[in-house]
Write a protein that binds this ligand. Sequence first.
Ligand code: ZN
Ligand code: FE
Length: 250
Amino acid sequence: MKISFIPAFKDNYIWLLTQGKRAFVVDPGDAAPVIARLHADDLTLEGILITHHHADHQGGVGELAARWQVEVYAPGSESIAGCTRPLSGGEQIDVLGQPVEVMAVPGHTLGHLAYVAPGALFCGDTLFGAGCGRLFEGTPAQMSASLDRFAALPDDTRVYCAHEYTEMNLRFALAVEPQNAALLARVERVAALRAAGLPSVPSTLGDERATNPFLRTSAPAVIEAGLQQGAASRDKTDVFAAIRAWRNSF
Ligand code: ZN
Ligand code: FE
């Protein structure tokens, strides 16, 4: 399975999965760039994976389903137009002949799903490069537990998130952990990529574990930063809540 991206809107990535001429897309918020790419590469769309209900992730489903006979996998508890395969997490689905695990990761939205293919995590708006999604519907405890589920995946898992937010997130990560050497190195690496017009994603879970403050709520420096921001205790969820609230006003 090959994975590439289709840029959409200002900073969305629609992930394109292909096996020969067969294709799946993840979170097609806009149909036009997907149709253009499928036609250009002479691909047949077989399925769509949706992580959550926000328009920038599902807005293109109707137009795509009108052109190709597709299965639409999506959170059953959210309102997704055209969903044919409602999921709740814990299922295993077949994507272009590969087993993909469906993971419930509430927090950004309550029904948010992630899709875990061999070596690849499609995490929507739950985990970003050096950051995480806003808590629109869930609680800090839910989001923190969702991120813990990602953190249990192997270091070399590639993280295919839905937005190019890494540079912005790194500025915040540096405020949390100014002494983190891996973080300082990543800032350089990402600045070079972006200056060259290249995406900063996918990253790896190893990168995120080493530099993403929201996966580091057990690290002493992040706990101290959380306490300074008013965390009620050194507990993971309290530290996560304080860091997430700080990020919102950063
Ligand atoms: Zn969203
Ligand atoms: Fe989004």
